[in-house]
Design a protein around this ligand. Structure first.
Ligand code: ZN
Length: 160
């Protein structure tokens, strides 16, 4: 028997002001997108924004449903919107932020497992890694160079 250790690496910025300009702009769009979140049941709002290879940025939000399992995450909203509107343009980065009216979230709200899988699928489809930029309502910003850094041993099409 052999044991292995999986490691991941990310950059932490004390605040959005410290980010490179393109990342800051993308995070700002994610925060602005929070206004459009449809979250009448949980009131937990998630905003996301995708940067495409031509510089275009698209924002999106979570979209809840009274039938709870049908809730759609913001990350999946923006990635599928981007893939449909600009099918030949790889996504270069995704920014995600969260807002909870009951408490100030001062640490990054990480994408759920399903969204990590969708980010990895998009990377595989486009043969392009996606920077993942995460911030809570306040606090530090985490930047991962790839969805794979958030989901080691991701399932992929090579098994099918
Ligand atoms: Zn999710």
């Amino acid at each position: 028997m052999k044991k292995y250790t999986l490691q991941t690496e990310f950059a932490m910025y004390e605040s959005p002001e410290d980010l490179p300009e393109a990342d800051r702009a993308l995070l700002f769009l994610a925060k602005k997108s929070l206004e459009n979140a449809y979250a009448p049941y949980s009131n937990f709002k998630v905003g996301a924004a995708v940067l495409l290879d031509n510089g275009e940025m698209l924002g999106g939000t979570n979209y809840e449903n009274a039938s709870y399992p049908l809730c759609i995450c913001a990350e999946q909203t923006v990635l599928t919107t981007a893939a449909n509107r600009f099918p030949n343009l790889p996504a270069l980065a995704i920014a995600v932020t969260v807002k909870n009216p009951k408490l100030v979230i001062d640490r990054p709200g990480p994408p759920c497992g399903a969204c990590r899988q969708v980010i990895c699928e998009t990377e595989m489809k486009n043969r392009q890694s996606i920077r993942v930029i995460l911030q809570g309502e306040t606090g530090p910003v985490y930047v991962f160079e790839s969805g794979k850094d958030l989901l080691p041993l991701a399932f992929d099409g090579s098994y099918l």
